[in-house]
Design a protein around this ligand. Structure first.
Ligand code: ZN
Ligand code: ZN
Ligand code: ZN
Ligand code: ZN
Ligand code: ZN
Ligand code: ZN
Ligand code: ZN
Length: 528
């Protein structure tokens, strides 16, 4: 037995003397004292030479401990301490002794530490394992010393024999190495002839969640051999960008800034630019006489509308009274015109042409203006008519300036014809027929060939000339005699007794007549 001490660098206010009693047990797991004193118990195991064996250290009736320093006592000719494992207490430091420091009092009861030993060649019999826990090796949190009773354990070493192994080949799997196990009837065994794991024989990846432009996905594949699955993460795909040019907004249609979309998803940076609406420029059209006024609103885009109608003014009429035409100035019928616009009721036919001068004998009878072209004509002759030897004889006064006179004749008083010319102031028309009425008029002609107006018309019925009567006696009876009258066929004799009241007396074709029935003493008057 070799004992190894452990010294704690720890200040201790007061030290109580505690006796750690060492009890050796060679069979059974542990022994608990009836009085319930605190114990540290080491287990006992059976093993063969070459085996590795694990012994447990347990607490019982633990009053609460914060620091433990345990010396480990064992036969180094039979056992080798090859390792340890934390158990109920964690944080052990194990070298030649085992040290545990908790951060509060632990009252845990049960396995607190595992110690691993290898059974050395040549070992046999029993190999005891015990602990040392002396004064200053166990405290509670208040640094009060605690006394543990140590219950020893150990390894019971079985006698060896010549192993006879049988081989068992374990084939490799996808994930596990293959190997050969050699087993002896005594239970000893070892493994060798390792072969590499096969690795999985995966099938095709299948989506669990397909990746999108913006979100990753995942997929899975399954081993055809073992059914193991492998999951994979798939990163997002990113957008497939399509660029769209900007379009300016118009008055009535929305536009947009340049933007991108994705051909795979509905990603879009589209941002609408609202229609600008019309911006109307206003032009006021004033009313006219006949047209309404209004306001025109026109947008540069061509849109327009009209509103704010105002009534037409109506014409501002001015009445122009009628103007009489004069000789040289035209006149007009009444009309109206508008003082504002060019409206007028005037028409060309409302103009009354200038009348022109109304010259009478070279002087305008209307305005008195002299006719510059007038040739002063002679006055019309003052015509008279008589007979001369039974022939019509016209005569007239001598007209100033006249050099000759023209004579016109008619037999109906309507249709006159030029008949003759004379420089005299009378004219006897010898070429006439008895029983016909002749009409005459005359005009005077001066040296400038200016002609007077016609004279008045004079007419006369052509009759036979009166006989030139002479009277004497024949046998006491009155005897009338006359010269034959040219053209006369017979002669009518009229008689009166008072020279006033004549009565038809007799008719004869001769140029003498003797009144044989005349009474003596009576004075008779005769006409033929
Ligand atoms: Zn064997
Ligand atoms: Zn597999
Ligand atoms: Zn996308
Ligand atoms: Zn517009
Ligand atoms: Zn407007
Ligand atoms: Zn007008
Ligand atoms: Zn005139």
């Amino acid at each position: 037995m070799i004992q190894k001490g452990v010294t704690m660098k720890k200040r201790i206010a007061s030290i109580l003397m505690t006796l750690c009693m060492v009890v050796s047990l060679f069979s059974g797991m542990s022994a608990a004292f009836a009085d319930g004193s605190a114990q540290l118990i080491v287990s006992t195991q059976t093993a063969k030479v070459g085996d590795e064996v694990t012994l447990s250290v347990s607490t019982a009736n633990n009053p609460g401990v914060a620091v433990l320093t345990l010396g480990i006592n064992y036969d180094e000719a039979k056992l080798e301490l090859v390792g340890f494992e934390n158990s109920g207490f964690t944080g052990w430091t194990v070298k030649t002794s085992a040290v545990w420091v908790g951060d509060s009092d632990s009252t845990y009861n049960g396995e607190i530490l595992k110690l691993k030993f290898k059974v050395l060649d040549g070992a046999s019999g029993k190999a005891e394992v015990s602990l040392r826990c002396g004064n200053g090796d166990a405290y509670n949190y208040n640094e009060e010393p605690i006394s543990f009773e140590i219950v020893s354990g150990g390894v019971i070493i079985e006698q060896g024999h010549t192993h006879s192994y049988t081989e068992k080949v374990t084939a490799p799997t996808c994930t596990e190495e293959g190997y050969t196990t050699h087993i002896c009837s005594c239970g000893d065994s070892y493994i060798d002839c390792y072969t590499d794991a096969l690795d999985h024989k995966f099938g095709e990846w299948k989506y669990i969640k397909a990746p999108t432009c913006t979100e990753g996905g995942s997929n899975i594949r399954t081993c055809e051999r073992c059914g193991a699955t492998e999951m994979g993460d798939l990163s997002s795909l990113g957008h497939v960008i399509i660029h769209h040019d900007a379009k300016a907004a118009t008055c009535t249609e929305n536009g947009w800034a340049a933007y991108d979309t994705c051909s795979r998803c509905d990603y879009s940076t589209y941002k609408e630019i609202p229609a600008t609406g019309h911006h109307h420029n206003t032009v006021v059209t004033e009313p006219t006489c006949t047209e309404k006024g209004y306001t025109t609103h026109t947008c540069a885009c061509g849109d327009s509308y009209i509103d704010d109608y105002r009534d037409a003014y109506g014409h501002d009429l001015i009445y122009i009274a009628d103007i009489d035409a004069k000789c040289t100035e035209s006149g007009s019928e009444p009309y109206e015109y508008c003082d504002r616009c060019d409206y007028t009721t005037w028409t060309a036919d409302k103009e009354v042409p200038a009348l022109g001068h109304d010259y009478i004998n070279g002087i305008c009878s209307r305005c008195g203006e002299a006719d510059p072209d007038y040739k002063f004509a002679p006055d019309a002759p003052e015509l008279k008519i008589t007979t001369s030897s039974g022939k019509p004889k016209v005569y007239w006064n001598e007209v100033d300036g006249a050099v000759k006179y023209w004579l016109y004749r008619s037999t109906d008083g309507v249709n006159f014809k030029y008949y003759d010319s004379t420089t005299s102031t009378n004219y006897t028309n010898r070429s006439t027929t008895i029983g016909t009425t002749y009409y005459y008029k005359v005009k005077a002609i001066d040296a400038n060939d200016a002609r007077s107006e016609f004279s008045v018309v004079k007419s006369i019925l052509c009759k036979p000339a009166a006989p030139t009567l002479s009277i004497n006696r024949s046998n006491g009876k009155p005897k009338l005699s006359w010269k034959a009258v040219s053209g006369a066929k017979k002669y009518w004799v009229y008689r009166s007794t008072d020279g006033v009241n004549f009565k038809y007396w007799d008719s004869t074709t001769k140029t003498t007549y003797t009144n044989k029935g005349a009474a003596s003493g009576t004075k008779y008057y005769y006409r033929v």
